[in-house]
Design a protein around this ligand. Structure first.
Ligand SMILES: Cc1cc2nc3c(=O)[nH]c(=O)nc-3n(C[C@H](O)[C@H](O)[C@H](O)COP(=O)(O)OP(=O)(O)OC[C@H]3O[C@@H](n4cnc5c(N)ncnc54)[C@H](O)[C@@H]3O)c2cc1C
Length: 337
């Protein structure tokens, strides 16, 4: 049986690999990197850190995907895809700590197994585990097993694994799903999916993100993902072998398809990141970027059969990297149902 996958982002590629492993002959159609959110992302697998009160269903979904990650990593066989094993949530003022306590209470009250991985840590414990963080920290929470991956290395690994198993790549956009010749078609075109399937509404949530590179005068990157809450703003530091990813803003853009980073967002991120970890001032500013998260109205991805030939896996919002293996499992079920 042939499967055409429309979209070569993290969702399309992960689903493609899972299907190829189950015997499907896979062809991936892709419109290129310029509109691909998966390249821009920070790569946090942030189930607990994304635990926003009121988003019980998202937390449950995230927890399910956390369980699916080890087998994807085993399949890819590249340990350097993992950028961090644990996360540290750190607050700097009384109001910041209150925000973190609320998040923890929400996570602990939810009926998800991963909640037990979250434990409170004192300011002294924060300093002991990440000595390069500012002494202003008032403490926070350790999220054991809340990992991060190098998203670009992940995408390369997925493409290589697909090529090794005989999948084909067509670097061209699909303009009409009816033109695709395959037994089954998976629509995974991120933000552009609603152009091909008007039955789904996808909204943009823009985000600036910055990549800093370590040089020979720099202190080492943190070992944990650092999710900072500082002066009522969120900023995260995600380690890489050669630096740190600093992210991310989130807002509805004034005009569609605008991926140009705005000065205000970038300035806030840099100020907050250097406040949290002053040693970042010596890093090289390697890349300033912005991407558009493919959001749905209820914040949940749409993974469903559209008709007898088409399945959709779209609208993964701010957690598409995290949700990729869970989505691949659901799509595999739909393909065999
Ligand atoms: C600043 C920022 C930070 C983020 N950080 C994280 C994070 O830390 N953790 C996390 O889990 N998520 C994060 N995300 C969210 C994550 O990036 C997205 O949810 C995820 O990348 C969506 O993947 P996707 O494959 O659905 O879409 P995309 O990655 O956008 O891929 C869609 C692909 O479809 C292709 N395409 C489009 N139209 C067509 C067509 N007509 N024909 C063929 N191909 C087509 C595009 O070229 C593209 O390659 C972040 C997002 C942003 C913007």
């Amino acid at each position: 049986m042939n499967l055409a996958v429309v979209g070569g982002g993290v969702i399309g590629l992960t689903c493609a690999l899972r299907a190829a492993d189950e015997g499907w002959r896979v062809t991936v159609f892709d419109a290129g990197a310029s509109s691909r959110a998966s390249d821009v992302a920070a790569g946090m697998l942030g189930s607990l850190g994304e635990g926003i009160p009121g988003e019980e269903a998202q937390l449950e979904l995230s927890a399910a995907s956390v369980r699916a990650w080890p087998s994807l990593l085993d399949r890819l066989g590249d340990p350097d895809i993992v950028a961090a094993r644990d996360s540290l949530f750190v607050g700097f003022t009384a109001a910041d700590m209150k925000y973190l306590h609320q998040l923890a209470r929400f996570v602990w009250s939810a009926d998800v197994a991963v909640a037990s991985r979250l434990s409170e840590v004192s300011a002294t414990q924060v300093r002991a585990s990440e000595p390069m963080l500012s002494g202003r920290s008032q403490g926070g929470y350790l999220a054991r097993g809340e990992m991060a991956v190098d998203n670009r290395r992940l995408l390369r690994g997925l493409r290589d694994a697909l090529a090794d198993i005989g999948a084909e790549f067509v670097d061209e956009p699909v303009t009409d799903l009816a033109d695709v010749r395959a037994d089954q078609t998976l629509l995974a075109a991120g933000l552009d999916s609603s152009k091909l399937w008007p039955g789904v509404q996808i909204y943009e949530a823009k985000g600036e993100i910055i990549r800093l590179r370590r040089n020979r005068w720099s202190v080492a990157p943190p070992r944990h993902v650092i999710r900072g809450r500082i002066d009522n703003r969120n900023v995260y530091l995600v380690p890489r072998i050669d630096g740190v990813v600093v992210g991310a803003t989130q807002y509805e853009p004034l005009e569609p398809d605008n991926r140009i980073p705005q000065v205000g967002g970038v300035a806030d991120l840099l100020v907050d990141a250097c406040e949290i970890m002053p040693g970042l001032r010596t890093y090289d500013l390697a890349e300033v970027g912005a991407g558009l998260r493919p959001m749905t109205a209820d914040g949940l991805p749409v993974i469903e059969r559209v008709d007898e030939r088409v399945i959709a896996a779209v609208g993964h919002g701010r957690n598409g990297i995290l949700l990729a293996p869970y989505t691949a499992d659901r799509v595999a079920e739909l393909l065999t149902a």
